[in-house]
Design a protein around this ligand. Sequence first.
Ligand SMILES: [Zn+2]
Length: 182
Amino acid sequence: MQNAIDHGGGAMPTDATHAGAGSLLLDLVNSRLEFDDHVDDELAADAEAAAWLVAHGGTGDGDEIADARAARPLLARFLRGQAPIEELEPWTGAITRRPAFGPDGARWREDLAPGRRIGARAMLEWADLQGPEGSRIRPCAASDCQHFFIDTSRANTRRWHSMETCGNRAKARRHSARAKLG
Ligand SMILES: [Zn+2]
């Protein structure tokens, strides 16, 4: 079964700051964190993965679980600049755009190939997050942090996934470096 996304009057949404933009992509690349002694993976168990996918607008079936697990590491590498976009071809190539003609002209629908729906939706979200200020979805600038974030600031200059944790740690490091110099 094809899963169609109706983008209405033809234009893809271009306002990257609209509510909910990128939530599947962002949550997907943030769903696995590696620690010294364990891994936190929200998609590790099938039942948990199915519930996660339903919460993100999917069906939670086995195809989606497999697709989410397959797309996630490539998406994370791509967002870190460690993989070219060509590596995402299984998902970008799974998207076709089809016009439905009517009295108002053409309405465009995106058909996502079965088995690639989750990664394809993530790539459509990624496309919505690109703009004149660059990509609004980025890895946190802290070298020891694995989180990604979506920057909704006008200038798109945010560096940390969380000011409370990574931002404050960076500030503390700068202070102690200055204290040593002084
Ligand atoms: Zn961080």
